[in-house]
Design a protein around this ligand. Structure first.
Ligand code: ATP
Ligand code: MG
Ligand code: FE
Length: 333
């Protein structure tokens, strides 16, 4: 079966073709407009989706070397995300399915981040534990089957991606700051500055205290030395990243031990982080885990993860109707 996947939850417009479980194209249009505002501006995001959706879908069909009429079903991100953004992808998918008289498949974006692990080998065996770390979510999910997931723990305030982006903003780096912190951190000393690890019950996370302590730390030091950030940027970034990574992996390790699961995956935009990837490999070796790390292009938002998820729902004939509406909030369960 040939599945067209559409992703438009936040600020990436993306379209992908999946044929019989293999990805043939994955086009991503990023929205540069948000950089100068220090975050995604919802109104601008939905307008940009409106402009990008047709050329993105056209290009993904050309790249896959197929014809529009070869498509057997349309899968789209129904949520969670920004309403104005979701409406563009949802409306497009509905119109396309209606005009071609083919099935429509709704996909949960957070499940899709996890199902990106089924794009290429090695694919994790069920059950596995997935740490999903993205711009809006930080979750530990027990994945029992493709669409049978249990939320084991989550953040009580900011997401890990937000922790990166908000601390980057304190350092005067443009949005999204996560990839920039990663780049500077690679040249820095992670042990130079110590930031606190919060004490959070169970398998949950908290990042707002870390953000505040970094803000005060920067204010205190900048008062003494106005060029403190410029002078120490790589060490500050390395120390911040090291703390975020240890917060994430300490909880993941506790959860894995307590549930007795050794198949461990990471997913979402922050799983592109080089410190998280390398430290997970070390922890994996210590704990005899089978670890699964997505390719870079499948970490941040993309439609390949939507079309592969759509393929698995297509096999189950799990279709949706034309009266479907987007969900701004939608549990991974
Ligand atoms: P959600 O999936 O929760 O709805 P989202 O779709 O906006 O949120 P993603 O696109 O999955 O999130 O991820 C974007 C986030 O990933 C941003 O916060 C960005 O800073 C972060 N990120 C991307 N690359 C890196 C990196 N190398 N290091 C740290 N953070 C990164
Ligand atoms: Mg994004
Ligand atoms: Fe996402």
């Amino acid at each position: 079966a040939t599945i067209l996947g559409i992703e438009s939850t936040c600020d990436e417009t993306s379209a992908s073709i999946c044929i019989d479980g293999k990805i043939y194209s994955n086009i991503i249009a990023n929205q540069a407009v948000h950089g100068k505002y220090g975050g995604v501006v919802p109104e601008l995001a939905s307008r940009a989706h409106q402009q990008n959706i047709i050329p993105t879908v056209d290009q993904c069909i050309i790249d896959a070397k197929i014809h529009k009429n070869d498509i057997d079903a349309v899968a789209f991100s129904r949520g969670p995300g920004l309403l104005g953004s979701l409406l563009v992808g949802t409306s497009f998918a509905k119109a396309f399915a209606l005009s071609k008289n083919i099935p429509l498949i709704e996909i949960n974006h957070m499940q899709a981040h996890i199902l990106a692990h089924f794009i290429e080998d090695p694919k994790p065996e069920f059950p596995f534990l997935c740490l999903t770390v993205s711009g809006g979510h930080t979750q530990i999910v027990k994945v029992n089957n493709y669409f049978e997931m249990e939320l084991i723990g989550q953040t009580l305030d900011d997401a890990a991606g937000e922790a990166f982006d908000k601390t980057a903003k304190i350092l005067n780096l443009p949005y999204p700051g996560g990839p920039l912190i990663d780049r500077y951190a690679q040249q820095g000393d992670p042990l130079r500055f110590q930031f606190p690890e919060p004490n959070v019950p169970e398998f949950n996370f908290s990042f707002s205290g870390l953000k505040t302590s970094i803000l005060y730390f920067i204010q205190r030091n900048t008062a003494k030395n106005p060029s403190f950030v410029e002078d120490n940027l790589v060490d500050i970034c390395a120390s911040i990243q090291d703390r975020i990574v240890s917060i994430l992996l300490n909880k993941l390790e506790t959860a894995a031990k307590s549930l007795g699961i050794k198949n461990i995956a990471i997913a979402g935009g922050v799983s592109a982080n080089s410190g998280l990837r390398s430290t997970l490999k070390e922890r994996g070796a210590e704990n005899q885990w089978n670890i699964f790390i997505p390719k870079f292009e499948y970490c941040t938002d993309n439609a390949a993860m939507i079309s592969i998820a759509g393929y698995y729902k297509y096999l189950e004939k799990d279709f949706t109707t034309q009266d479907v509406a987007p969900l701004t909030r939608w549990s991974v369960e």
